[in-house]
Each structure stands twice: as C-alpha cells, then as structure tokens.
Design a protein around this ligand. Structure first.
Ligand SMILES: C[S@@+](CC[C@H](N)C(=O)[O-])C[C@H]1O[C@@H](n2cnc3c(N)ncnc32)[C@H](O)[C@@H]1O
Length: 195
C-alpha cells in the first residue's frame, strides 16, 4: 500500500513539474501567461455580448476568441450563440487541450480550439472577435485586424484598449479598487491614424 502511495505521489510531482515547465515555455514564446480571467470580468463580457449583440439582433456566424486560455469564454459564447462557429485560438498546449476536452465534455459541438499563434491565423471570416490581451499585443494586432477583418466586424476587448481606435461602447465593470471596463469596437475602413 505504501509503495502504491509513493508511486502516486512521485507521479503527481513529476507531472506537475512537467506542466509548470511547459506553461513557462509557452509564456516565454508569447510573453503572456495562460491565466484565466476573473469570473466577474467574464460575467461582464457575457453581459456585453447580450446587451450589445443579442439584444440588437446581431447574429455573428463566426466568432474568434484570441488567446482563449482554458476555454471559459469560448464555452460561454458557444452557449450564447448556438448557431455560430466559435473558434478559440490558444498557444498554450495544456490550456488548448484542456479547452478541447471541456468542449467535448459539455458537448459544445460549435466550439473549435486551434492550438496556434493567433498572429498566424487568418481572421477574414470573423464577425466577432473577443480577447483579453495586453495593450502592447493589441497594438501589434491592430494592423492585422484592419487588413483581415471584414469592415463592421465587432471586437469585444476585456480590460485593455486598442491604441488609436475609438470604441463604439464602453461598459464600466467596476471603479475601485481597480478600474475595469469592457470595450466594444467596430472595424473601421482604414488604419486609425495614431495606431
Ligand atoms: C490573459 S489570458 C486570457 C485567457 C482567456 N481569454 C480568459 O479570459 O480566461 C491570455 C491568453 O492568451 C494566450 N496567448 C497570448 N499570446 C498568444 C498568441 N500569440 N497566440 C495564441 N495565444 C496567445 C496566452 O497563452 C493566454 O492563455
């Protein structure tokens, strides 16, 4: 019995070390940790999707979440928009595979998880983009979105603004202790001047 417990303990420790090294390697590649957004921010994004899109009869056919992490928002978006294809793009191997398993487990057939760098994805078929991404990364993403996204495609950004873009709506989630907002953008005709 003691031998079995020792084997289980050692296996758990080894697997945990491998997982941490793997996550650190993915962080080193993309400079963003595979952490989940906090539940109240996800709730805020959920509310924005309902107020800005569903309430206004907007029916996106293809939704991307860029940097979909462990999959909570992809799952939520797939439930909110059952007729849409919801594509999560995630670089972290562990997070991407966990999300796939989650979609399988909860039978979300309209979810597709791509384990890839989103800079290498063509976003040309997207009607709606969701992300929770640092401003420096959004600045690099800006010209790609202008070049590839159809005009009028909607972008919902959790917390961070896209430099040089004018949001069409800003939803305040909380003022204190940290001001948190969800920004809604529409893809303009050309690259904003300061971007
Ligand atoms: C702050 S987390 C947000 C996770 C998820 N969206 C959520 O709200 O829980 C950002 C995620 O983006 C991923 N990421 C960062 N840069 C990426 C890239 N270039 N391609 C794909 N995924 C990327 C990270 O691995 C991380 O999981």
């Amino acid at each position: 019995m003691q031998d079995l417990l020792t084997i289980i303990f050692c296996t758990t420790v080894i697997l945990s070390i491998i997982a941490v090294i793997w996550l650190e390697y993915d962080y080193y590649k993309v400079k963003v940790s595979a952490v989940s957004s906090v539940p109240w921010m996800r709730r805020a994004v959920h509310d924005v999707l309902q107020k800005e899109l569903i309430a206004n009869g907007v029916k996106p056919k293809v939704i991307y979440e860029l940097g979909s992490g462990w999959g909570p928002l992809v799952m939520d978006a797939a439930k909110l928009f059952p007729a849409a294809r919801v594509i999560g793009v995630e670089f972290s191997f562990l997070a991407a595979h966990f999300s796939r398993f989650r979609a399988f487990l909860f039978d979300r057939k309209n979810v597709e998880i791509r384990r890839n760098d989103f800079f290498k994805e063509n976003l040309g078929d997207a009607d709606l983009i969701i992300f929770y991404m640092l401003e420096v990364i959004l600045e690099r993403l800006s010209p790609k979105m202008i070049a590839e996204l159809p005009k009028g495609a909607i972008i919902v950004s959790n917390t961070f603004t896209i430099k040089g873009w004018e949001p069409v709506a800003v939803h305040e989630v909380m003022k204190k202790p940290i001001p948190l907002k969800v920004y809604v953008y529409k893809v303009p005709d050309s690259l904003p001047k300061e971007a």
